[in-house]
Design a protein around this ligand. Structure first.
Ligand code: NAP
Length: 264
């Protein structure tokens, strides 16, 4: 039987919904203890209750952009569990606008949530991490390819890849790895409103050479693999989790013959 102090600990930002919630459930089922961070206390409380039978969950209600949030989160991991084995930088939010129409407030907001906060959480986690630990950053295929109206979101997610590689090269020799998982479109609160819109389906589902949509569980499984012993020689990589969307020029036959693509 595993002594509870030997159970690994993962800190997940944005664990109150979507991909972060699925990551917390995956790690919990694999015997990890969880530190969950987000702004919605009720969701975090619910997560803790739902996982109570299988693992210990501590949560911090905080905005990841708050200056002291990384320190408070790492302090919580150490005070509650005495260790930190994995950081999942997952909290993020999209703001959609053409680069030429992106105002300063939006630039600051998106960079703060999706680039500066992950950097600061990763930096803070280093003081608690030992050899065998890892940092996993949830990027996006929009950080690999430009996307219409993705301007500042593409910029932040591309920056996250550089950040992850910088941590990988600096701390890999100490046994601390850093990688990015870059999902394509997955149905969550972030995308729900657009999901049934034909233009959205055309850009995503009809350009994906696979016979189903990606799920939050797909992302969670890949994140867990990277954190586990099985993934322990992977460092500085970005794994696109998109059914082949970003690496092919696939178009469904139906989309190819659609009159919308014919010249008027
Ligand atoms: N869904 C997709 O298609 C997709 C594709 C590629 C990449 N991603 C990335 O995946 C990650 C998770 O997104 P999701 O799709 O799961 O969206 P979601 O369901 O909207 O979840 C976003 C999470 O981030 C948290 N969050 C947002 N801003 C925060 C802040 N300032 N402080 C603390 N927590 C904050 C939210 O928690 P609270 O609101 O409770 O604070 C929530 O838990 C994001 O980084 C996103 O860019 C998503």
């Amino acid at each position: 039987m595993v002594n509870s102090s030997e159970k690994p600990v993962v800190l997940i930002t944005g664990a109150s919904s979507g991909i972060g919630d699925a990551i917390a459930r995956k790690f919990a089922k694999q015997g990890w203890r969880i530190v969950a961070v987000a702004r919605r206390q009720q969701r975090l409380e619910q997560l803790r209750q739902e996982l109570a039978d299988i693992t210990d969950v501590e949560f911090l209600v905080a905005d990841v952009t708050e200056k002291d949030a990384p320190k408070r989160a790492v302090d919580l991991a150490l005070s509650a569990f005495g260790r930190l084995d994995c950081l999942v930088n997952n909290a993020g939010a999209g703001k959609w606008a053409a680069p030429g129409e992106t105002d300063d407030a939006t630039i600051d907001e998106v960079l703060n949530i999706s680039l500066k906060a992950p950097f600061r959480f990763a930096r803070e986690s280093l003081r608690a991490m030992k050899s065998g630990s890892s940092i996993i950053n949830i990027g996006s295929v929009f950080g690999l390819l430009g996307g219409m109206d993705g301007g500042i979101y593409c910029t932040a997610k591309a920056g996250m890849i550089g950040m992850s590689q910088a941590f990988a090269v600096q701390y890999g020799a100490k046994g601390i790895r850093s990688n990015v998982v870059a999902p394509g479109v997955v149905k969550t609160e972030m995308t729900a409103a657009a999901w049934d819109f034909p233009g959205f389906q055309r850009t995503n589902q009809e350009l994906t050479p696979f016979n189903r949509d990606g799920t939050v569980e797909d992302v969670a499984n890949t994140v867990f693999f990277l954190a586990s012993q099985e993934g322990s020689y992977i460092n500085g990589q970005t794994i696109a989790l998109d059914g082949g969307w970003s690496t092919t020029k696939y178009v469904t036959p139906e989309a190819l013959i659609c009159e919308r693509v014919m010249p008027k």
